[in-house]
Design a protein around this ligand. Structure first.
Ligand SMILES: NC(=O)c1ccc[n+]([C@@H]2O[C@H](COP(=O)([O-])OP(=O)(O)OC[C@H]3O[C@@H](n4cnc5c(N)ncnc54)[C@H](O)[C@@H]3O)[C@@H](O)[C@H]2O)c1
Length: 313
């Protein structure tokens, strides 16, 4: 399969590119290296340093002629989106429009978009399903939701299949401490350096933590699926990519402490504004449609992540 990955020098994108090439695929990466790194890039991948909102994108996509485009390039920080919502909107919405238009012009068969649990906002019901109400609490969630709409607007009339993969809280080796879902990275990098991590609020808030290899296998399964992912209806192309398991931040910190063999304290800080109290996403639709299920349990994933952090320090 010939795949173009935007944001392929990032944490998740880099892992996907390694897996696609390992499986015999051909890959082109488009990334502006704003938060990604050349170190994450597989040497066998084609690479162009391009901003998806800039003028060079369409020619590169048309020239490469991918069968599938996986669109990861984004402004990924919820906190940064509050500080500068205009930049967040430009990269996440206008960037997605540019990628969708390039996909149509290049005759791509399918676009997979990295959406987020942030589109749901404060959950009104648990577990969240793709039918749950979407009331994002931060500009990042609003831009991801708007980008889902842009994909429908541009790709449906052109007959290009697509899916909006709503990732839960992703963690794993190579994750930067300052991105979305960065609690594992933040705690891991601190524990590795012997710096006390801080749990904000009571720590009883829950999240659906998913290991990066499971995100990679979901993207690979969605890319290879032979049917149609963009089913009719507003939520038709949306798929939660999650474990379906809620883990409290306290339990996560304890699991990471064990994995990292961290002997120090864990501090407590004030709850952060906008932090949702509980979040868990049902992965059932992805299982029923393209036969994917998360396979890595939390302690195994934390073990692999801890080993990587230990090598860095
Ligand atoms: N990490 C999570 O928990 C999580 C959860 C939900 C959704 N997501 C989404 O998954 C995707 C990948 O996230 P990640 O955690 O790997 O973050 P990341 O920052 O490691 O990866 C994003 C990549 O996109 C590149 N990029 C940013 N703006 C760009 C632009 N304008 N043009 C070209 N490249 C650009 C960056 O350099 C980086 O390599 C993002 O779309 C993110 O919103 C991540």
């Amino acid at each position: 399969m010939r795949v173009l990955v935007t944001g392929g020098a990032g944490f998740i994108g880099g892992a996907l590119v390694h897996a696609l090439l390992g499986g015999g695929g051909e890959v082109m990466v488009v990334d502006d290296l704003s938060t990604g790194s050349i170190d994450n890039l597989h040497p066998a991948a084609g690479f162009r340093t391009i901003d998806v909102t800039g003028p060079g994108l369409a020619n590169v996509v048309i020239g490469y002629g991918p069968e599938v485009i996986v669109h990861f390039a984004a402004q990924v920080s919820a906190a940064a989106s509050i500080v500068d919502p205009d930049v967040d909107w430009r990269v996440n919405v206008e960037g997605t429009r540019a990628v969708a238009e390039a996909a149509v012009a290049a005759g791509a068969r399918r676009v997979l978009f990295a959406s987020s649990a942030a589109v749901y906002g404060e959950p009104q019901e648990l577990p969240l399903t793709e039918e749950s109400s979407t009331e994002p609490a931060v500009p990042y969630g609003r831009s991801k939701l708007a980008a889902e709409g842009v994909l429908a607007e541009v790709l449906r009339p052109a007959g290009v299949d697509f899916a909006c993969l709503r990732f839960a809280n992703v963690y794993g080796p190579r994750q930067r401490a300052d991105g979305e879902g960065g609690v594992v990275a933040e705690f891991g990098s601190r524990m590795a350096r012997g710096i006390t991590p801080t749990i904000f609020g009571s720590g009883t808030q829950t999240r659906d933590f998913i290991f990066v290899a499971d995100i990679v296998s979901a993207c690979a399964a969605a890319a290879a699926f032979e049917g149609t992912l963009a089913q009719p209806g507003a939520n038709g192309p949306a798929y939660n990519v999650s474990t379906g398991l809620a883990t409290s931040v306290n339990a996560l910190a304890e699991g990471l402490r064990v994995a990292m063999r961290y002997p120090g304290e864990i501090a407590r800080g004030e709850a952060r504004e906008g932090d949702v109290a509980a979040s868990v996403l049902s992965p059932r639709k992805a299982a029923d449609t393209f036969g994917w299920k998360a396979a890595v349990d939390l302690q195994a994933g934390l073990g692999a992540t801890a080993a990587w952090f230990s090598q860095q320090s």
